[in-house]
Design a protein around this ligand. Structure first.
Ligand SMILES: [Zn+2]
Length: 625
């Protein structure tokens, strides 16, 4: 049973890298001696395997939802600018080096050289595919084709094998000959985590195939899977379980996905062999073994469980995935929606002593959002959508510097500790690389659908083109800077449809909704307001979302409180001198609200969502999102 710390922490590894200068202040306050923390691009893609469990909801195809102006659009644009600035030959160099093809380019430094060579290119493929579908700009497609052509040359030079891992071939040969050997787990020697990087490559190739409809991407993925099948045939189940002690990403997921795409049952059988008994068996039995284990290693394998269930109908897989999600979100997550302290899961409902500079690895929330989407598609529960909103606003956006696209490795929640954004070109940590995909995905969480239902989950300015139904919806809003959102419909023909508008948990007064100027009575059921109607061009839905100041408390210390405005966590800011002093003291000012009701704690400042604290405190505190 892996209920102890069994993963080497990447924290120590990260410390060895040269961290960039501290640039920005994390927003924390203490209250009452406690904390406040503060083209139809899928045309042609038809899955060949039979799905045994039907989905209740579907995500829209990438590109059918586009962001309009908002912080999310700025965030996506910042990531796009970064991706376009990367040198393709340098991204390809680890693959060419490993396959013996001469290249003049040197791999990027940091993890691209030392720990996880080739991972950047894998996430680059995912992010670039999305940006192509979202923008239609040919440069993205040109870059993808260039990469695929070179990857194919590397693969053909190596009999189907393809990886950027340093000495990957050597590691795999040794495993085939000797079985599991103790040094396998010692990735500091430079062998990296070969199965982890392989899974990321599969993910990138599958994204290119599904989103951009490029057959070469699938050809490469299938040839690699066939190589992997031969490789796995030399390894016993017992040794495979030991190998899974090391992070292997979501090989169970991508192999199940390849089964879905191709109908080749061998890939489903391989997916089932990548089933980490130490973690997944207890979860499928409802046993919580998460305390102290490496958080990010678990999300992709649990996503594999959630996804494979569609094709196995094994209900224990579904129950295990949901149990994991609930154990993380309801018992081990901070107010930001993020989780992990020094990369490890905290004890259940015991978070108040886990705050340090190394909370919330950014990869975790990227992976948790992917898992949450998979769960929502099978069971469209409002808590999944609530989680998406909380995490997108309070972790994902917070962990990125919108001005230049740099991201944090950790989002530190310790009082008076500053955020550290990583360099864009020197480190290439797992979090810099996962951000290449993560920050191009914002639009995918806003809406979902079934044949007769349109779910509105997030109040983010966007345009939806539902080609299958001939319906377009434009959502115009400045939320959360304003408390309303307006939907305008365009329909090729009048269409009967249930619009399900999420009932947010943070409303300060009942939500109100008008259709074409006439107020519509609202009764929430299962977290949504259902509006059954025959929709026509020009229909206008206006939604009023009253919000106010509110607090959330630490589960194990009610004096540690986070201050929110609606869904948005507010961060305390100080003048520079105070910030430096607090940082050096690892402390934050106490605030004594006395009997003042929470809704009166804030006084509006000059900008929307900016406030001054209106109750006594030891220093002046301003608050912002
Ligand atoms: Zn990471």
């Amino acid at each position: 049973m892996k209920n102890v710390v069994y993963k080497r922490s990447r924290y120590s590894k990260q410390q060895r890298t040269d961290l960039p200068l501290i640039k920005s202040l994390i927003v924390v306050l203490l209250l009452t001696a406690g904390l406040i923390q503060s083209c139809n691009h899928e045309k042609g893609y038809l899955p060949k395997a039979k799905q045994l469990v039907p989905q209740k909801a579907f995500g829209f195809k990438v590109g059918e939802v586009k962001l309009l102006d908002s912080p999310f659009k700025e965030s996506q644009d910042a990531e796009a600018k970064y991706l376009l600035s990367l040198n393709l030959d340098r991204l390809l160099a680890p693959f060419q080096n490993e396959s013996g093809i001469k290249t003049e380019a040197s791999p990027y430094p940091g993890w691209e050289t030392n720990f996880l060579p080739g991972v950047a290119l894998s996430f680059y493929l995912s992010g670039t595919s999305r940006l192509y579908a979202l923008t239609g700009e040919g440069i993205y497609l040109k870059n993808i084709r260039y990469i695929l052509d070179h990857l194919r040359k590397c693969q053909l030079n190596n009999g189907g094998y393809l990886l950027g891992s340093r000495d990957g071939k050597e590691v795999f040969s040794k495993l085939e000959e000797e079985g599991y050997y103790p040094e396998f787990d010692n990735w500091i020697k430079g062998h990296g985590e070969p199965y982890y990087v392989m899974e990321k490559l599969f993910s990138g190739l599958i994204d290119v195939y599904k989103i951009c409809n490029i057959p070469l991407a699938l050809t490469i993925a299938v040839d690699l899977a066939d190589w992997l099948q031969k490789h796995m045939s030399h390894i016993s189940d017992e040794d495979l379980q030991k190998i899974m002690f090391t992070e292997y990403g979501g090989l169970n997921w991508v192999l199940a996905d390849l089964y879905a795409i191709t109908g080749n049952a061998e890939y489903l059988a391989m997916s089932k062999r990548w089933h980490d008994n130490g973690v997944l068996v207890p979860l499928t039995k409802g046993i919580d073994i998460l305390t102290g284990i490496h958080a990010n290693s678990q999300f992709p394998k649990v996503s594999g469980l959630a996804y494979r269930y569609r094709y196995t109908a094994d209900s224990s897989e579904w129950k295990g995935a949901v149990f994991f999600w609930e154990s993380v979100v309801n018992h081990r997550s901070y107010v930001t929606g993020g989780n992990s302290s020094n990369e490890l899961f905290s004890p259940k409902d015991s978070l108040s002593h886990t705050l340090n500079p190394n909370t919330e690895e950014n990869c975790n929330e990227y992976n948790m959002l992917k898992l949450t989407s998979l769960l929502f598609q099978m069971e469209p529960r409002v808590e999944f959508a609530d989680y998406m909103e909380r995490t997108l606003y309070n972790h994902i956006l917070s962990a990125q510097n919108i001005k230049d696209g740099r991201v944090c490795y950790y989002l530190p929640l310790m009082p008076a500790v500053q955020k550290i954004y990583q360099s864009l070109y020197d480190i290439f940590s797992c979090c810099v690389c996962s951000a290449m995909d993560s920050y191009t995905r914002h639009s995918e969480y806003i809406y979902a659908h079934s044949d007769s239902v349109l779910y509105l989950n997030l109040f983010i300015a966007s345009s939806l083109t539902w080609r299958e139904k001939g319906i377009s919806v434009r959502q115009e809003t400045r939320f959360p800077f304003e408390d309303n959102s307006v939907l305008t419909f365009k329909c090729k023909r009048k269409t009967r449809l249930c619009l399900k508008v999420r009932h947010p948990y943070w409303l300060s007064e009942p939500m109100r909704l008008w259709i074409n100027g006439e107020e519509h009575p609202l009764i929430p059921t299962d977290g949504y307001y259902s509006i059954h109607r025959t929709w026509a061009t020009g229909d206008r839905v206006e939604i009023h979302l009253p919000m106010n100041t509110r607090i959330e408390r630490m589960p194990d210390d009610e004096n540690k409180i986070a201050l929110f405005y609606g869904p948005v966590l507010l961060a305390g800011t100080f003048d520079e001198e105070t910030a430096v002093a607090l940082s050096e003291a690892h402390d934050a000012p106490a605030v004594i609200p006395g009997e003042v009701p929470v809704c009166q704690w804030l006084e509006a400042a000059d900008e929307p969502m900016y406030f001054r604290l209106n109750v006594p405190s030891s220093v002046d505190i301003n608050l912002k999102p």
